[in-house]
Design a protein around this ligand. Structure first.
Ligand SMILES: Nc1nc2c(ncn2[C@@H]2O[C@H](COP(=O)(O)OP(=O)(O)OP(=O)(O)O)[C@@H](O)[C@H]2O)c(=O)[nH]1
Ligand SMILES: [Mg+2]
Length: 373
């Protein structure tokens, strides 16, 4: 790369389970096919990220900011970007913030532009929407308007919309034209004048529109929010957060990685539903040799999905990583995840070794920097 050319820095926003990691994987592949070098930065409140493993297993250079969101660990975000740049200068850096974060223009994009604008070219800010979630939260009919989460958590969703330069409705492969049109109609009211595109990572529909938005500086509105951090903090704290890891050792007969990952997600989801919890995203990665499966569920009433299929059965040690984000007490969620691993793996001829577990509620966001009007 021309050492004077700026690195395009693309922050991909959206609520938990909206499809950020999946879109980043698809964009990274598209950029790579066009001869561009891509670096990726993932982010979470605790370490042990399914997303990092998912994107690394697809062959990308992924740096991780773990322990706090980008806005509260801005300097870690910069040093992680520098780590990627030292390995090989990318043309594009794709960064995924925590899905319960907002106010990212003021706390990440503008501070990056002000401090590192000579190295980075900050792309317009795109925000993804999970159709089932958006349809419920934006519904005009009061009966259909049931977000599942508290008004404080819904506040975060609305603030995310408000700061977007462009909006992406994900999973277009699962939507009818009519559903896409009605979502666009609702979004035209909620975010007037903001371009909206429907995208599908599996079919690649709409990806060119995303690249066009990334390149179109004229849509970068740098919308600074008026936001109440008390409500924002309460909304984030509604979610229980569990990252748990385990290993399956002495595996004596081949285990289907996709089946194990989806079995674990199903078990956790059914226990969460029984306990009255509201799922934002439960994801499980199973790694065996050089193969990886990731299974997900993003709502109590949606099916478990194998987001990254290994299509392999493996004999040998397996690594399991569970990331659960659910509106429920984190200790209860930890117990559920723990019990699910024990129950699901008991049917295999193998030894279970439980590893680290983090159970928390996200703390109040305290941005390192915050640009105001
Ligand atoms: N069919 C379909 N599924 C998708 C698409 N995009 C995402 N998904 C699925 O949606 C689920 C969540 O996707 P992720 O990319 O992990 O969502 P995320 O926004 O990164 O989630 P968090 O990191 O938890 O905030 C996974 O099961 C994906 O396979 C899409 O375009 N089509
Ligand atoms: Mg993700």
């Amino acid at each position: 790369m021309d050492s004077h050319k700026k690195i395009k820095f693309v922050l991909v926003g959206g609520f938990l389970g909206a499809g950020k990691t999946t879109l980043i994987g698809a964009l990274a592949k598209l950029y790579a096919a066009r001869g561009k070098r891509v670096g990726i930065i993932t982010n979470d409140q605790a370490d042990g990220l399914v997303d990092t493993q998912n994107l690394r297993s697809q062959g990308f250079d992924v740096g991780e900011v773990a322990g706090a969101c980008f806005c509260c660990s801005f300097n870690d975000l910069v040093s992680t970007a520098e780590g990627i740049i030292e390995r090989e200068i990318p043309d594009v850096l794709l960064a995924e913030p925590v899905g319960s974060c907002t106010d990212l223009v003021a706390t990440v994009i503008m501070p990056l532009q002000e401090r590192l604008g000579d190295r980075f070219d900050l792309a317009p800010f795109g925000v993804l929407l999970k159709p089932s979630h958006a349809l419920r939260l934006l519904a005009e009919d009061a009966d259909a308007k049931r977000g599942g989460f508290s008004p404080q958590a819904e506040y975060i969703f609305h603030k995310q919309l408000e700061e977007a330069d462009y909006l992406l409705i994900t999973r277009s492969d699962q939507l009818s034209e009519q559903q896409i049109d009605s979502l666009k109609h609702l979004l035209a009211k909620a975010a007037p004048g903001v371009p909206v595109f429907a995208v599908s990572a599996p079919s690649r529909d709409g990806l060119d529109n995303v690249i066009d938005c990334i390149e179109d500086e004229s849509i970068a509105g740098r919308r600074l929010l008026e936001i109440d951090y008390d409500i924002y903090a309460e909304g984030e704290a509604e979610l229980g957060w569990v990252n748990l890891s385990a290993r399956l050792l002495e595996v004596s007969s081949a285990i289907d990685l996709d089946h194990l990952a989806s079995g674990l997600v199903s078990k956790i989801a059914s226990k969460v539903t029984d306990a009255g919890g509201e799922i934002a995203h439960v994801k499980v990665s199973v790694l065996g040799g050089d193969c990886q499966a990731v299974a997900n569920v993003v709502s109590n009433d949606l099916q478990v999905d194998v987001g990254l299929a290994a299509k392999r059965s493996v004999i040998g040690d397996l690594q399991i990583v569970i990331n659960s984000r659910v509106a429920i007490d984190p200790k209860k969620l930890e117990e559920i995840c723990h019990d699910a691993v024990v129950e699901v793996t008991s049917s295999y001829d193998a030894t279970l070794e439980l590893g680290l577990s983090h159970a928390l509620r996200p703390g109040r966001p305290v941005p390192t920097f915050r640009v105001t009007v």
